[in-house]
Structure formats: structure tokens, C-alpha cells
Design a protein. Sequence first.
Length: 144
Amino acid sequence: MGGVIIYEPEEDADVNEFPWTVTFEPSGGDDWDSFICGPYERDHAVALAEAVALDDAEGGVLAIVKPMLPALSAEDVSATIEELREAALEEEDAEEMVNGTPVDFDDDADLAEEEAEFAEPPSPDEIREGMARTYRRLLDLDAE
């Protein structure tokens, strides 16, 4: 069965303004090389991922939607990795464990099954327009 994994940042997080990518990879026993598409605006990335992975008749596609962080140096990348490591350690300390596996007993909402309502995938023209906006935003970041 195919599926979509979407990184869900906080609503006011800066990462929402970054370009987004979709990694398509095999699932369910398929064997082919994964690949990354993008950059897209977030909504376009999500819609494209859902259109491909959830409409795949063979069910062998997993789509992963993530932001693409604009790093301008190796130091920027290293600093981001260190921040993520520290956040993961803090989260790990806060989680409850059962047989060595983290379990969140407070969030029963994850157990409820959601009814899927997916948007139509963006047209090629909409994707081109979104890419142009994304590149313009990236170029504006350099001016700051």
C-alpha cells in the first residue's frame, strides 16, 4: 500500500516559507531507486505527493514531503544538525517508554482514523508559478 508522510511544522514556524520537496520511494516490496522532486510551495508538494502515492494502483509508492532548508555554508548545516540532535534528546527524555519504545499516552487523537479529503493536484502551470515564487523568495533571502 502506498502512503504519504508529511512534515507538519507549527503554523507560525519560519520553515513554512521555505521551499518544499517530495521524495518518492518504493514501498510494499517494490524495488526501484527513490528520487526527489521540487522545490515546490508546501501545498503543491502535498497535493502532488497525495496524487501520486494515494492514486497508485499498485500501492508501491511512498511520498515524503519535507521543507528544503536554505543552507549557505557547511557551518549552517552543522549548526542545524546540532539543534536537531539537542531537540531529539530533549524529546526523548520527555517521552514515556514501554519495552524500550517511546509511547505518547496523552495523544489519543493519533489513534483516530481520519477521513481522507485530498485536493486536486496542481496543474503544471500552477507548479511553475509556485516554483517562480519559491525562487524569488530564496533570492530575497540572500539580500538580507
